[in-house]
Structure formats: structure tokens, C-alpha cells
Design a protein around this ligand. Structure first.
Ligand code: B1M
Length: 224
């Protein structure tokens, strides 16, 4: 029966509808959105990724798992966007300066670098940043360095977030950082499964965040 699938299984098996239903159920049971992401969605994608790496799973299964993860995340997004609206109203009312002020909307440009289409992690970071009141200019995936520079200039963004998931696209991340350094004074935060603090230092980023919560911490420090 559809409802008997746990979220983890639904994603590993690439079952889109079941994934959405299982997520909804978990949220209704008061599981926090981030827990759902960290306890079910990411481990399931890691399992599928491992199988793909070992050639026990193939591209069609990877694609189906990604679709199932997207269905889960769509449910989470709905819930988080609702909470964001509440948080922002509360923050403005209190004027306590915690996180960003939704009305000032500090702007962050966010992109997955050229050649890379893995955008699930980037989308999680986006929702969380928005949840904290930041205005996120999301350039999407496979974004050329020039487009990132253009967006930073246009929006006078003090922070850019870049994601890369493949060893092959770290070079594009470095190119993007260099292009940004030539033309802007923005801070650059990098993340994505392939990234490490060491890599981030080597390619000249200002910061590295291993997960979306760390990305929020970085922005809060910068904009406080
Ligand atoms: Co592909 N893929 N994939 N893939 N995929 C990986 C990355 C891979 C490691 C799988 C493997 O071989 N084991 C491998 C890369 C190997 C390498 O590095 N050399 C790989 C490959 C090879 C490929 C293709 C080339 C396969 C092919 O076509 N033959 C192809 C690439 C196409 C391209 O990009 N040009 C491809 C395609 C795909 C799908 C389309 C099927 C799908 C992506 C769908 C989508 O994103 N819309 C997919 C998936 C799902 C994966 C795995 C299984 C899962 C990735 C993921 O979403 N993880 C992945 C294996 C793995 O990672 N275990 C794999 C969950 C996500 C939440 O994590 O993005 O790391 P992540 O985000 C985290 C943190 O990193 C951090 O916060 C997030 C939440 O905690 N974070 C940031 C992310 N961005 C941040 C930014 C920040 C701060 C923190 O500040 C700005």
C-alpha cells in the first residue's frame, strides 16, 4: 500500500507519489522539515548515489530517485514557506534584529556552477535562506560565470552562494570565483557534496558551508 512506504524507501525506489505522501505524513506528525531532509532525503540519495558509483544502479534509477526527492522537497517547501511568513512577521514586530529583516531583504545571489545540474542541495539552501528573511536571487543550475557576475552587479549583492557536486565542476566554481573577484567585492560562500574547507580555501572562496544550516549561520554573521 502506498502509505506503507517510508520516505527513505520511496526515494531509493524512485516512487514519486509515495514520496510526497510519506513526507506529508511525517510533517503532519510534527517532524521538523530539516529532520526530514537530514534523516530521510539525504541518506536515501546517498544510498542511490553509492549504488550508481558502484554500478549496481543506473542513470534511469538515479533520475527516478531525484524526482522522488523533488516530490518530497516540494511538500517541505510548502511547509517552510508558511513558517517563513510567520517568522518574518514575528521578527519585524519584535524588531529584534535576529536573522535578516524581511523588509530590508538583504540580497544573496545563488547558483549551481556551469556544467553542473545538481540543484537539490542548492534549493534547500535557498528555502532556508528565505526562511530567515533573505532575498535570494536564484540563478538556477549550470550557470555561466558571467551570469553570476552580472546578477551580483545588478542586485548589489554582498553575498554569493555557489554549489558544485562533481569533481569535474570544481574548476567552473574556481573560474566563477575569479570572475567575481575581477569585477565585484562580494563575499563568496561555497558548498555541495564535493566541496571541503580545504578545496574552498584552494579555490579562493571566503567561506565553506557543509550544509544548509551552516549557510544560514554564515549569512547571519555577514549581515548582522
Ligand atoms: Co548525479 N552525481 N549525476 N545526479 N548525483 C553525483 C553527484 C555522484 C557523486 C554520484 C556517484 O557517482 N556516486 C556523481 C559525481 C561524481 C564526481 O564527482 N565525479 C554524479 C554523476 C556522475 C552524475 C552524472 C554525470 C551522471 C551521468 O549523466 N552519467 C549526471 C551529471 C549531469 C551534470 O550535472 N552535468 C548526474 C545527474 C544526476 C541526476 C539528474 C539524476 C540527479 C540530480 C537531480 C537534481 O539535482 N535536480 C543526480 C543525483 C540525485 C545525484 C546524487 C545521488 C545525489 C545528489 C543530491 O542531491 N544530494 C549524487 C550522489 C551523492 O551526493 N551522494 C550524485 C542531496 C543534496 C541535499 O546534497 O547537494 O550536497 P548536496 O547539498 C547539501 C550540502 O552539500 C549543502 O547543503 C545541502 C543540504 O545539506 N550545500 C550547500 C549544497 N549547496 C550548498 C551551497 C552553500 C552551502 C551549502 O552555500 C552556497
Amino acid at each position: 500500500k502506498v502509505s506503507e512506504y517510508t520516505l527513505y524507501d520511496a526515494i531509493v525506489k524512485g516512487l514519486v507519489e509515495q514520496s510526497g505522501i510519506a513526507t506529508k505524513k511525517l510533517l503532519e506528525e510534527q517532524k521538523a522539515p530539516l529532520e526530514v531532509i537530514n534523516q530521510f532525503i539525504i541518506p536515501a540519495l546517498n544510498t542511490v548515489g553509492e549504488g550508481f558509483g558502484k554500478k549496481t544502479l543506473f542513470l534511469p534509477q538515479l533520475l527516478m530517485a531525484a524526482d522522488a526527492a523533488k516530490a518530497a522537497f516540494d511538500e517541505i517547501k510548502k511547509q517552510m514557506q508558511g513558517t517563513a511568513a510567520q517568522n518574518n512577521t514575528a521578527a519585524s514586530a519584535e524588531g529584534n534584529g535576529s536573522g535578516a529583516d524581511a523588509s530590508s531583504g538583504d540580497t544573496i545571489v545563488l547558483a549551481v556552477v556551469k556544467g553542473d545540474i545538481h540543484d537539490i542541495g542548492k534549493n534547500i539552501v535557498k528555502v532556508l535562506w528565505e526562511n530567515y528573511g533573505y532575498h535570494v536571487v536564484d540563478l538556477g543550475k549550470d550557470v555561466p560565470a558571467e551570469s553570476v557576475v552580472e546578477a551580483v552587479e545588478k542586485h548589489h549583492a554582498k553575498l554569493v552562494g555557489l554549489t558544485a557536486l562533481m569533481t569535474t565542476t570544481v574548476a567552473a566554481m574556481e573560474d566563477t570565483i575569479q570572475a567575481l573577484r575581477r569585477k565585484t567585492r562580494t563575499k563568496i560562500l561555497v558548498g555541495g557534496a564535493v566541496m571541503t574547507q580545504e578545496y574552498a580555501d584552494t579555490i579562493g572562496a571566503d567561506g565553506y558551508a557543509p550544509d544548509a544550516v551552516a549557510a544560514v549561520d554564515y549569512a547571519n554573521q555577514l549581515f548582522k
